[in-house]
Design a protein around this ligand. Structure first.
Ligand SMILES: Nc1ncnc2c1ncn2[C@@H]1O[C@H](COP(=O)(O)OP(=O)(O)OP(=O)(O)O)[C@@H](O)[C@H]1O
Length: 248
């Protein structure tokens, strides 16, 4: 299984009266494969989240295509689209804001399964397994997000993504809001999950050390353009446009 953005560009309209166009991604091609981690690196505003949202099907490219297992995302309907939704999950930077503060953890997790029409009788087993994978006990199910630490909430966000047995995870700076020791725990947990489940990751960060620890290959973006794409061993931080552009 693979997920590819092919020659993707994204243009936003800006301003209420004089509609200016702003190109935030230009002709970007990246591919995420099962069992591998592609690190997406770049300064703030370089287009990382925009690309991640397009790959997750949460936004549309202005031109170019997203391909999931040789099928174009735009043309997917019914069963095919449901399969994509299950297989490609996104985990965001701030776990607390991605969980509903008014709902218990248990309810938030069950809702994901309801949405995909997983029979009620299977909920308990699936949730229990996902909690085990992220190292939390069932005790958290009756708590609200504000009653958990940042690290625990990020584990819940990860458990929620894992409920659907995804093949690709898009991780948008998932440790950015955590302190250093908790960050290390989550990074190690992600590596362990990948080792046992063979999930493909797109890992977004602007920390070179995290990129090196997590990635098999790296794509570096500057002003929406790819300035490096290749194995992590060949990557040097701050590749400038065109200077080190290589195909993996
Ligand atoms: N909905 C939108 N409308 C207009 N411009 C947008 C929109 N979303 C993002 N942008 C702009 O697109 C550019 C890229 O944003 P994006 O969030 O993808 O960058 P990023 O690399 O993820 O940044 P960060 O590391 O700070 O999260 C930024 O200049 C941002 O202001």
């Amino acid at each position: 299984m693979y997920l590819r953005a092919q020659n993707v560009s994204k243009v936003y309209q800006e301003g209420l009266f004089f509609r200016r166009k702003r190109c935030v991604l230009r002709d970007v091609t990246v591919e995420i494969e099962e069992g591998h981690t592609l690190g997406l690196f770049g300064p703030s505003g370089s287009g990382k989240t925009t690309l991640a949202r397009i790959l997750a099907g949460l936004d549309h490219p202005s031109s170019g295509v997203v391909i999931f297992n040789s099928k174009e995302l735009r043309g997917m309907r019914g069963h095919e689209f449901t399969e994509f939704r299950r297989s490609v999950q996104m985990v965001f930077q701030d776990p607390e804001s991605s969980l509903n503060p008014m709902k218990t953890i248990g309810r938030s997790l069950r809702e994901v399964l309801d949405l995909l029409r997983v029979p009620d009788g299977e909920h308990e087993g699936i949730i229990k397994e996902a909690l085990e994978v992220v190292g939390l006990s069932e005790e958290v199910l009756c708590r609200f997000p504000r009653q958990l630490s940042g690290g625990q909430n990020q584990r819940i966000a990860l458990a929620r993504a894992l409920l659907l047995n995804p093949r690709i995870l898009i991780l948008d700076e998932p440790t950015a809001s955590l302190d250093v020791s908790v960050q290390a725990q989550i990074l190690n947990l992600l590596k362990e999950i990948q080792r046992t489940r063979g999930i493909g990751y797109l890992y977004i960060s602007h920390h070179p050390a995290v990129m090196r620890f997590m990635s098999d290959s790296v794509c570096e973006l500057h002003d929406g353009m790819v300035t490096f794409r290749g194995p992590v061993e060949k990557w040097k931080t701050g590749s400038t446009a065109g200077a080190r552009s290589t195909d993996a």
